[in-house]
Design a protein around this ligand. Structure first.
Ligand code: AMP
Length: 214
């Protein structure tokens, strides 16, 4: 089963992708994570995209499609969860081509709906465990008082350079201009399903589970 999690920054795509990986042995393909990894390992491509990412703008279709193409060549396990990809119609077309070349199909596109005001709060207070990626929030789920991740015991926590109000404005504008047209595109293909991304995490998880089991 191959699915796309679609939604604005901070909608909870990464959190839900992690749950699906654990529960259904699926593989999370997050272009954001791949780009951040390229940056921190100092590759040429990482250097090229760093400023674009910090500004909140999208990097080129060519780069992200190349990253996804590489990952699709690996193990498929229980299927792929595309998280943060596709973000443009050109990327959506490329994905369709790549999947069809592999004899695979796209089973569902799940939109996590969250209103903008909630996104700002989620993003500017977000921190993640540097080891396992568990997501924390300064107000609703603070980093444990002993300074250890509740999942893996890791002691390093990261805040993203683009998790600030200024970048978020650009990220949201990019979402509405370039990514939100995908909602109509996948609706027309009868793939789109909607979930309330503001509900409690376990409720969102159950709603996604019900869609995938249907
Ligand atoms: P994310 O972790 O998904 O929020 O992505 C962080 C940043 O990486 C975005 O703001 C973009 O600059 C870049 N990025 C991630 N995925 C894509 C994509 N599919 N297309 C273009 N840029 C992307």
């Amino acid at each position: 089963m191959n699915i796309i999690l679609l939604g604005p920054p901070g909608a909870g795509k990464g959190t839900q992708a992690r749950i699906l990986m654990e529960q259904r042995d699926m593989i999370q393909l997050s272009t954001g994570d791949m780009l951040r990894e390229a940056r921190s390992s100092g590759t040429e491509m990482g250097k090229v995209v760093a400023d674009v990412m910090d500004s909140g703008a999208l990097v080129t279709d060519e780069i992200v499609i190349g990253l996804i193409r590489e990952k699709l060549e690996g193990d498929k396990k229980g299927g792929f969860i595309f998280d943060g990809f596709p973000r443009t119609l050109a990327q959506a077309d490329a994905l369709e081509g790549l999947l069809s070349d592999m004899g695979e199909t796209l089973d569902a596109v799940i939109e996590l709906r969250v209103r903008d005001e909630a996104l700002v709060d989620r993003i500017v207070h977000r921190a993640t465990c540097g080891n396992c990626g568990e997501v924390y929030h300064d107000k609703t789920k603070p980093i444990p008082a002993d300074g250890k991740c509740s999942v893996c015991g890791g002691t390093e926590f990261k805040r993203r350079a683009d998790d600030n109000e200024e970048s978020l404005k650009t990220r949201l504008m990019e979402y509405y201009k370039k990514t939100s047209p995908l909602l109509g595109y996948y609706h027309a293909k009868k793939k789109l399903q909607r979930v309330d991304g503001l509900a409690e995490m376990h409720v969102v998880k159950a709603a996604i589970g019900a869609i995938l089991d249907a």
